[in-house]
Design a protein around this ligand. Structure first.
Ligand code: IMP
Length: 208
């Protein structure tokens, strides 16, 4: 049920369909395969990049090494982040590509790039599925970009709101006011059935 006074919004606008996502991922995989014939370590940022990474690696024609790191914000209302799970691979002398689901203000990628650069990689690049270029606070060079968006808040294909919507095979625009008043505002329209709290989709504070 919606909280009183907040009618549930209609279905969100689909921005990128499953077919378009597939096409974008294949294009990026082609670019990476041509650039890194000598090998590459793909470092994905948990959790949002996992769907993108899974499709990306299957479309590569080279053999990548895959590693993960996890970051968390210090708490509500702060942009500061810290690494809570570091990569396992030794990155020294390796070509490294940071794989992200979305670059928004650029603060997260800037922080992670700084951390990775300290490990003396041979080269360091960013591959992001989505780029909200208009919202950038920190100037950034993104070498591999799937789709450039406006400043809409988007959901699906790894991107969540309070843990919901990650497992959708599309990217849709969410109304942040509607989501703030009811994080499950689009669950019924996007998943086709009501889902309760017991589905366990809600993640803890600071989870990405
Ligand atoms: P940053 O502002 O570039 O540091 O992005 C921080 C993080 O915010 C991203 O890695 C995502 O986890 C999240 N984020 C930014 N924009 C969106 C969005 O439109 N939908 C869902 N998550 C987002």
């Amino acid at each position: 049920m919606s909280p009183p006074g907040f009618p549930r919004p209609g279905p969100p606008r689909v921005l990128i369909t499953r077919e378009d996502l597939g096409e974008g991922v294949r294009r990026l995989a082609g670019e990476l395969s041509r650039t890194y014939e000598d090998g590459v370590v793909l470092v994905a940022v948990l959790k949002g990049s996992v769907l993108f990474l899974a499709d990306l690696v299957r479309a590569l024609t080279i053999v990548p090494e895959v590693d993960f790191l996890s970051i968390s914000s210090y708490g509500e209302g702060t942009d500061r982040v810290r690494i809570v799970k570091d990569v396992d691979a030794d990155l020294a002398g390796r070509h490294v590509v940071l794989v992200e689901d979305i670059v928004d203000t650029g603060l997260t990628v800037t922080y992670v790039l700084g951390e990775l650069a300290r490990r003396s990689p041979r080269s360091l690049a960013v591959c992001t599925l989505l780029d909200k270029a208009a919202r950038r606070i920190v100037p950034l060079d993104l070498q591999f970009t799937g789709f450039t968006l406006g400043d809409d808040f988007v959901l699906g294909y790894g991107l969540d709101y309070a843990g919901y919507y990650r497992n959708l095979d599309l990217v849709a625009v969410g109304d942040l006011d509607a989501l703030r008043s009811d994080p499950r505002a689009y669950v019924e329209s996007l998943y086709g059935r009501p889902r309760g709290e017991a589905d366990g989709l809600v993640s803890g504070p600071g989870a990405r």
